[in-house]
Write a protein that binds this ligand. Structure first.
Ligand SMILES: NC(=O)c1ccc[n+]([C@@H]2O[C@H](COP(=O)([O-])OP(=O)(O)OC[C@H]3O[C@@H](n4cnc5c(N)ncnc54)[C@H](O)[C@@H]3O)[C@@H](O)[C@H]2O)c1
Length: 303
C-alpha cells in the first residue's frame, strides 16, 4: 500500500476558499498569539482571544496596541486601521465564547498535552464546520487532531515571529487534512497578506527542520568556546549577510520554545542534528528564555 503521505498532491493555491471565515478565535496571547490576533484584526476579522488569565491577555493587548502605534508612526498603516483593529479584538473569558468561530488558531506553549487538552475542549464547543489550526513549530498535526472528531478540518498554520512583519505562513497538511481545509487555510493565509507554502506533517516542517540545527549548533559552539556570543553573531551577520546572528535570533525566538522544538525533533528523528546542547537546557531551566524574559544568551534587563 502506498503511504498516505506519498499520495498527497503538491500544494496548490486557490482563490476565495477562505471567504466563509468571519470570526477568528485565538488561544494564547504570547509572542505568537498576539501577533496572529493583530494581523487578523487588521485584516478586518472579528478576533476573540483566550488566555490563562485576563491579565495575560491585557499584557498581550498592550503589546498589540504598541505594535499598531509603531505601524502608524512608520507610515505602514493609518490611524483608522489601528482603531478598527483594536475594536475587532475581544477577550474570550472561557472557551464557550468560541462557539461561533469559523477558524480556531491555537498558539499556546509548545507542549503536546496542553495543546491536546485545548483542542479536545474546543471540539465539544465549536460548530462542526469550524477549522482547527495549530501554530505549533514541531508537533505533528495528526498527533493533535486525533483527540477531535474533525481530523479532516485540522491543519497547521505556522506563522513566524514577529507575525505582523514576517511574510511566511507554512500550511501543514496531515494525513487526514481534507483538500478543502488545506485550500481554505492557504487562502486564509493569503487574505492576511502572507506568503503561504505547503508542507508535510513532519516535525519542524520546512523552516525549523533547517533552522533549529543551526541555532542549537551556535549554542554548542559558544559552549565549547569557539568565540564569544557577540563574535559568533557578528560573523554570521557580516560574513553571510544574515539580518541577525543565530544567538540574537535565538533570544528573539525564545530559548524555551527552541528547546521544546529541538527535543520534539530529536524524539522523532533520533539524529544528533537535533540534540540540544547542555548549555541551552541549563539556560532554560534557569528561566533565561530570551528577550521576553529579560535574559537569554544576552542580558536585556537594562533595556
Ligand atoms: N516564538 C516563535 O518564534 C514561534 C514561531 C512560530 C511558532 N511558534 C509556536 O507558537 C506557539 C506559541 O509560542 P510563543 O512563542 O507565542 O510562546 P509564548 O510563551 O510567548 O506564549 C504562549 C502563551 O500560551 C499561554 N497558554 C499556555 N497554556 C494556555 C492555556 N491552557 N490556555 C490559554 N493560554 C495558554 C501562555 O500563558 C502564554 O502567554 C508554540 O507552539 C510555538 O512553538 C513560536
Amino acid at each position: 500500500m502506498t503511504p498516505a503521505t506519498e499520495t498527497m498532491e503538491p500544494p496548490t493555491v486557490s482563490t476565495g476558499a477562505a471567504a466563509k471565515i468571519k470570526n477568528v478565535g485565538v488561544v494564547g496571547c504570547g509572542l505568537m498569539g498576539r501577533g496572529i490576533a493583530q494581523v487578523a484584526a487588521q485584516t478586518g476579522y472579528k478576533v476573540r482571544v483566550h488566555e490563562q488569565s485576563e491579565d495575560i491577555f491585557k499584557k498581550g493587548l498592550g503589546a498589540i496596541t504598541k505594535s499598531l502605534a509603531k505601524g502608524v508612526e512608520r507610515g505602514k498603516l493609518d490611524e483608522e486601521t489601528k482603531t478598527k483593529a483594536l475594536a475587532n479584538i475581544s477577550y474570550a473569558g472561557s472557551m464557550a465564547d468560541f462557539a461561533d468561530c469559523d477558524i480556531m488558531i491555537e498558539a499556546v506553549t509548545e507542549n503536546i498535552e496542553v495543546k491536546k487538552a485545548i483542542f479536545k475542549e474546543l471540539d465539544g464547543i465549536c460548530k462542526p464546520e469550524c477549522i482547527f489550526a495549530s501554530n505549533t513549530s514541531s508537533i505533528p498535526i495528526s498527533d493533535m487532531a486525533v483527540v477531535t472528531g474533525r481530523r479532516d478540518k485540522f491543519v497547521g498554520t505556522h506563522f513566524f515571529n514577529p507575525v505582523p512583519i514576517m511574510k511566511l505562513v507554512e500550511i501543514v497538511r496531515s494525513i487526514d487534512t481534507s483538500e478543502e481545509t488545506f485550500q481554505t487555510a492557504l487562502d486564509f493565509g493569503k487574505a492576511l497578506g502572507k506568503i503561504t507554502v505547503g508542507a508535510k506533517d513532519t516535525p519542524g516542517f520546512i523552516v525549523n527542520v533547517l533552522l533549529v540545527p543551526y541555532l542549537i549548533d551556535a549554542v554548542h559552539q559558544l559552549e565549547i568556546g569557539l568565540a564569544s556570543a557577540e563574535d559568533i553573531d557578528s560573523a554570521m551577520v557580516n560574513g553571510c549577510g544574515h539580518p541577525m546572528g543565530p544567538l540574537t535570533l535565538l533570544d528573539f525566538v525564545g530559548l524555551d520554545t527552541t528547546l521544546y522544538i529541538a527535543d520534539i525533533m530529536f524524539a522523532e528523528f533520533k539524529s544528533p542534528h537535533y540534540s540540544a546542547p547542555p548549555l541551552l537546557r541549563r539556560l532554560v531551566n534557569a528561566g533565561y528564555n530570551g528577550k521576553k524574559a529579560g535574559r537569554g544568551i544576552y542580558d536585556y534587563s537594562s533595556k
